[in-house]
Ligand binder design. Structure first.
Ligand SMILES: Nc1ncnc2c1ncn2[C@@H]1O[C@H](COP(=O)(O)OP(=O)(O)O)[C@@H](O)[C@H]1O
Ligand SMILES: [Mg+2]
Length: 262
């Protein structure tokens, strides 16, 4: 069973990533927004992709939204780990959306919502808020979240200008974006960049406050070797691990190690 009712009213969504679920009492609370934050190359995209892959294998469809890289790379990366991405795509267990950033007025959350409904997605990965923030001029983000409210506003002949955020605050846009992802009713992994080494702040400046959980990923230079580590900084409703955990990439994906407590 992929979602476990543990009796305290919190239903947990198992990531299926080796060793990870032990850090968060068995999985992410269902419907939460989990921020995965780190510097480039720390493994954020891979963690998100494995969350979707393991879910899809267990019968929970997932949508991957890429604002960063080509959809071919997910398939290629999957091949490295022996993941059957294309089969799962054909079965509508996995959907990869590559958002074209070469046009204006992209109604990103309509695109995402349609795909979530089409495959009945339970999981969603947004990769990334950092890229969303950089390309912010390309998107239209509705100011209201409720489709019924939208209908009323539409029928009242209000122009698009009143319905969409047209200000220039990136933080406000990012805040609205996270709210729209919450409305999808999926369990969301939202990826963003850490602002600088040694800081636990995001580059977008909002997501770590708004999201229900924050997982930080690091790539630390120790002697002559980079050590990959991760820690759970925040997870509402969860007695999560307070430790920094080593992880590596084995043949099948990410493998998180128990904490080395001395
Ligand atoms: N098959 C693999 N085996 C070992 N390491 C890998 C493998 N695939 C990717 N990596 C490592 O993961 C890094 C990329 O991870 P990624 O999730 O794309 O990072 P991020 O999204 O944080 O920028 C690569 O730079 C590489 O170091
Ligand atoms: Mg990435």
């Amino acid at each position: 069973m992929i979602v476990e009712d543990i009796g305290d009213q919190v239903r947990r969504v198992k990531t299926g990533v080796s060793g990870f679920d032990d850090l968060v009492e068995g999985g992410f609370p269902e419907g939460f927004n989990i921020l995965v934050m780190g510097l480039p190359g720390t493994g954020k995209t891979l963690l998100g992709q494995e969350f979707l892959y393991r879910g899809a294998l267990a019968g929970e469809p997932g949508v991957y939204i890429s604002l960063d890289m080509s959809d071919a790379i997910f398939r290629q990366q999957g091949d490295e780990f022996g993941w059957e991405i294309e089969r799962l795509e054909k079965e509508d267990k996995l959907s990869i959306i590559k958002v074209p950033l070469d046009r204006k007025s992209i109604k990103l959350f309509d695109i995402i919502g349609e795909e979530v409904n089409r495959i009945g997605a339970k999981r969603l990965v947004f990769d990334s808020l950092a890229s969303f923030s950089i390309n912010i001029d390309q998107f239209e983000v509705p100011l209201v979240y409720d489709s019924e409210v939208m209908k009323v506003l539409d029928s009242s002949n209000m122009g698009d200008k009143e319905l969409f955020y047209t200000g220039n605050s990136k933080q406000r846009m990012t805040y609205l974006a996270i709210n729209h992802l919450t409305k999808m009713k999926t369990t969301n992994v939202i990826i963003t960049d850490q602002i600088s080494e040694g800081s636990n702040s995001s580059i977008d400046g909002v997501s770590e406050y708004v999201c229900d959980g924050v997982v930080c990923m690091y790539n630390e230079l120790i002697g002559v070797k980079h050590a990959r580590t991760m820690s759970v900084l925040k997870m509402r409703d969860t007695n999560h691990s307070p430790y920094v955990h080593n992880f590596d990439f084995n043949n099948g994906g990410i493998s998180v190690k128990p904490a080395e407590t001395i």
